[in-house]
Design a binder for this molecule. Structure first.
Ligand SMILES: Nc1ncnc2c1ncn2[C@@H]1O[C@H](COP(=O)(O)OP(=O)(O)OP(=O)(O)O)[C@@H](O)[C@H]1O
Ligand SMILES: [Mg+2]
Length: 364
């Protein structure tokens, strides 16, 4: 779900990823993206493409694990007429389709050794041959690759070439599992709820405080994909105005212990965010009542909601009532044009403010 390539997140670990994406987008080098299933590897690859100078070219994904071995070479590099039975005409492959743009090799660990050699040659020399072809062809395509298997183990077992690994992995982004992203699960749950409610035309406003507790405590083995699917399902199933733990249907045995020791800064952010989300649920986004319960002024509350990306859940709050939006401070906050991949973090992870910045999908 979602409107495209916007990545949601405000935790230090995902802000560090946004930083890497921004820096790596400006190079022509391959990037290896790793992470558990559903952590956003493809979304990250798309974000790199969209923030790069190749954004007007195509983003061409190919899943190396999902295509039968016999077809993969021709899918990737194309074939000449008569190259094999059934090759009645010449066909260009995904690599050529990515000319001027980006080729995304998903599940790159599944590439067979012969194709690993061909890919290595392309990465080193920019050249390749179609299946059954003699001609050496050049194409200007950037390669991004992803895997959720450990390539180092694959190298030890002689399943993956070490030289290819070094070529692909000079630039490396590891996506943290959702359970290590602190309050991001809640933030995403809010964003996905808004999107799903709009898609399915349901009058769902928020989560019950108990559902918020459940969302925070669950360990999310399927990461963002699981969260997105569960929220969508809950929106479809819900009969009330707020999503309950029952609607979320999370297996209770998978609830993780939440008594790990946080840094004071992380604990402050977590508790603040949790309280804000609970207040939104409890008071249906009524700013005055929320401010009264939390014992802060409406303007302070609004500023905090903005800092955590929650202001959209407070219908009555508009920036007109509370002074200029932070975007007006051009020096610290990039405009959407400066940040086409749809992600932002105001400062580096080493210097994070207590109030994180974030980017939201424009839907809903
Ligand atoms: N930071 C994020 N913000 C919003 N949505 C996200 C984010 N990360 C992932 N998603 C969404 O979660 C789903 C899974 O993301 P994606 O397909 O990129 O994961 P993946 O790591 O490639 O998964 P797999 O290993 O199973 O291929 C998609 O619907 C994607 O849009
Ligand atoms: Mg994927």
């Amino acid at each position: 779900m979602g409107t495209g390539n916007e990545m949601v997140g405000a935790s230090p670990s995902i802000c560090a990823v946004f930083d890497l994406v921004r820096k790596m987008a400006n190079t022509e080098m391959p990037v290896l993206i790793t992470g558990e299933t559903g952590t956003g590897k493809e979304l990250t690859a798309r974000a790199i493409h969209e923030q790069s100078s190749r954004k007007h070219g195509s983003f061409v994904p190919i899943n190396c694990g999902a295509i039968p071995e016999t077809l993969l070479e021709s899918e990737l590099f194309g074939h000449e007429r008569g190259a094999f039975t059934g090759a009645v005409q010449q066909k260009k492959g995904k690599l050529e389709a990515a000319a001027g743009g980006t080729l995304f090799l998903d599940e790159v660990g599944d590439l067979l050794p012969t194709l690993q050699v061909k890919l290595l040659r392309f990465l080193q020399e920019g050249t390749f041959q179609r299946v059954g072809g003699q001609e050496t062809l050049h194409v200007d395509a950037r390669v991004l690759a992803a895997t959720n298997v450990d390539l180092k183990t694959a190298i030890e077992r002689n399943l993956f070439r070490q030289d290819l690994y070094y070529r692909l992995g000079v630039l490396h982004i590891h996506l943290p599992p959702l359970r290590d992203r602190g309050e991001d699960a809640l933030l995403m749950a809010m964003v996905f709820l808004k999107q799903a409610a709009a898609t399915y035309r349901k009058q769902i406003r928020s989560y019950t405080p108990q559902a918020v507790d459940v969302l925070r405590a669950y360990s999310w083995p399927g990461n963002v994909r699981e969260l997105s699917n569960r929220v969508r399902r809950a929106v479809v199933m819900a009969e009330g105005m707020d999503i309950t733990p029952h609607d979320l249907d999370l297996p209770v045995e998978k609830l993780q212990a939440v008594d790990l020791l946080d840094s004071l800064r992380a604990a402050h952010r977590r508790i603040e965010m949790e309280l804000l989300v609970k207040a939104i649920s409890l008071h249906r986004g009524n700013l005055t009542r929320m401010a009264r319960d939390l014992e802060v002024s409406r303007s302070t509350l609004y500023r905090k909601l903005r800092a955590y990306g929650l202001e959209k859940f407070v219908p009555a709050a508009t920036p007109l009532f509370f002074g200029p939006r932070p975007e007006s401070k051009k020096s610290t906050t990039p405009s959407p044009q400066d940040n086409p991949g749809g992600m932002s973090c105001e400062s580096s992870p080493g210097n994070l403010p207590l109030e994180p910045s974030h980017q939201f999908p424009e839907s809903a």
